[in-house]
Design a binder for this molecule. Structure first.
Ligand SMILES: Cc1ncc(COP(=O)(O)O)c(C=O)c1O
Length: 408
């Protein structure tokens, strides 16, 4: 990129984008040139605190030195060979994932939606191979599982599925945190529930954590019915909630876990961790990917996990989380008509507002703070896991000031 990008270059980039790139995204008016730690810098050199982390991706912030070194070293050596061969980088990453989650095996792909597609195929194959009659896959009404056709059909939010004609059949949706509805659905589909997909915290829907009693009931029912319990940890995984994986806050493990986002700290990679009981349901030839587990991606993901685990990054998350929630509660007490609720776990925090949040997030952006607006009235705050109290203080000062301007 040209070092001498100016404001007029931003307009040029915007015009070129509008002319040549599909308009399927609603973009904010900023274009970043580089990032360092918690900060991003735009093409004019303006500094922003990045508390969105590319939607829960750059969990270790920008330009982390060891991650860059690992990428450089790998790029010098080998980009790609394909899954027709063995890969040291894949094997080493898979070992770290399994040794830090639950016993099983890993499938690698390139994104979250692909991880859910693979898990969906696994569940369907399991249903066919074990003779489940007229099988059903259950997910949550407020869920978001991705944009490819299978993951879209698994997504409970109707607005994501509308307008694409006939959808995949054999999928139904449970009301989140409603144990009665959960039991009713298992009763309705008795003997037919092949699998259940859940986000332990519904992120895109507005950061809605699943309650422990709901999850315990779900684990019990899936065990009773021999259904595969899939945790979509694409957003909650890789330390976002203060544990490496969100399921580790509870007293059980899922059967399958899907990962992406923070796994490569910005380098595209997805993974499915499949527990021992179900490793035979995607046999040789049943699924695959040319790029999945590519040398570059797996090397970077290995380094990301190594940094998180060896530097004990997660030990600081509870204190950072408490501080941010405390500051948010003070802001809420000042503007109770604007903020309805503050929720979340670790550094996956949601602020439910009483009005549309895009204008609030736009104003924060203008003041140098990047937050995420989701599902109309929610703000997601997802700082890097290695941020500091000072940076949170700076961010909360901006947030409070901006909310003051919306408080009428
Ligand atoms: C919980 C969850 N699942 C799946 C996805 C899809 O991931 P990707 O955008 O990498 O395909 C997302 C993305 O936001 C997500 O939050």
């Amino acid at each position: 990129m040209n070092d001498k990008l100016t404001k007029s270059r931003f307009s040029e980039i915007q015009a070129k984008t509008d002319k040549y790139i599909l308009g399927n995204y609603s973009r904010y008016p900023a274009c970043f040139e580089y990032g360092v730690g918690d900060y991003l810098f735009d093409v004019e050199g303006k500094q922003y605190i990045d508390f969105q982390c590319g939607i829960a991706v750059t969990n270790l912030g920008h330009a982390e030195a060891d991650i860059i070194d690992s990428l450089r070293e790998q790029a010098d050596r080998l980009f790609h060979t394909s899954n027709l061969f063995y890969s040291r980088e894949q094997a080493e990453l898979a070992e770290v994932l399994i040794e830090n989650s639950f016993s099983g095996k890993v499938f690698f792909c390139n994104s979250g939606t692909e991880a859910n597609e693979a898990a969906f195929k696994l569940v369907r194959k399991y249903a066919v191979m074990s003779g489940i009659p007229n099988p059903v896959v259950l997910t949550l009404k407020g869920s978001f599982h991705g944009r490819t056709f299978g993951a879209m059909c698994l997504t409970g939010q109707a607005k994501i599925r509308e307008g694409f004609g006939e959808l995949i059949t054999g999928i139904d949706y449970i009301q989140e945190n409603d144990t009665i509805h959960l039991e009713t659905m298992f009763e309705k589909y008795k003997g037919r529930v092949a699998g259940v997909f859940v986000e332990p915290i519904l992120g895109e829907y507005g950061v809605i954590p699943l309650e422990e009693n709901f999850l315990n009931k779900l684990r019990k029912l899936t065990e009773q019915e021999k259904s595969i319990l899939v945790f979509d940890e694409i957003q909650t995984g890789i330390g976002r909630t203060g544990k490496l994986f969100c399921f580790q806050h509870f007293n059980f493990a899922p059967d399958v876990m899907t990962l992406a986002k923070g796994l490569g700290n910005g380098f595209p990679i997805g993974a499915v961790v499949i527990g021992d009981k179900f490793i035979n349901y995607l046999p040789t030839g049943a699924h695959g990917s040319t790029f999945g587990g590519n040398h570059l991606a797996t090397r970077v993901a290995y380094e990301t996990l190594r940094v998180i685990l060896t530097r004990n990054i997660l030990a600081n998350v509870p204190a950072l989380s408490e501080y941010i929630v405390r500051r948010l509660k003070v802001i809420q007490s000042k503007y109770p008509k604007l903020i309805k609720e503050i929720r979340g776990r670790g550094l996956h925090i949601g602020v439910e507002c009483t009005q549309a949040t895009r204008p609030i997030v736009l104003k924060c952006l203008d003041r140098g703070l990047i937050l995420n607006s989701t599902n109309e009235r929610f703000i997601r705050i997802m700082p890097p896991l290695n941020t500091s109290i000072e940076r949170i203080h700076e961010a909360m000062e901006i947030f409070e000031q901006v909310l003051g301007e919306f408080n009428s």
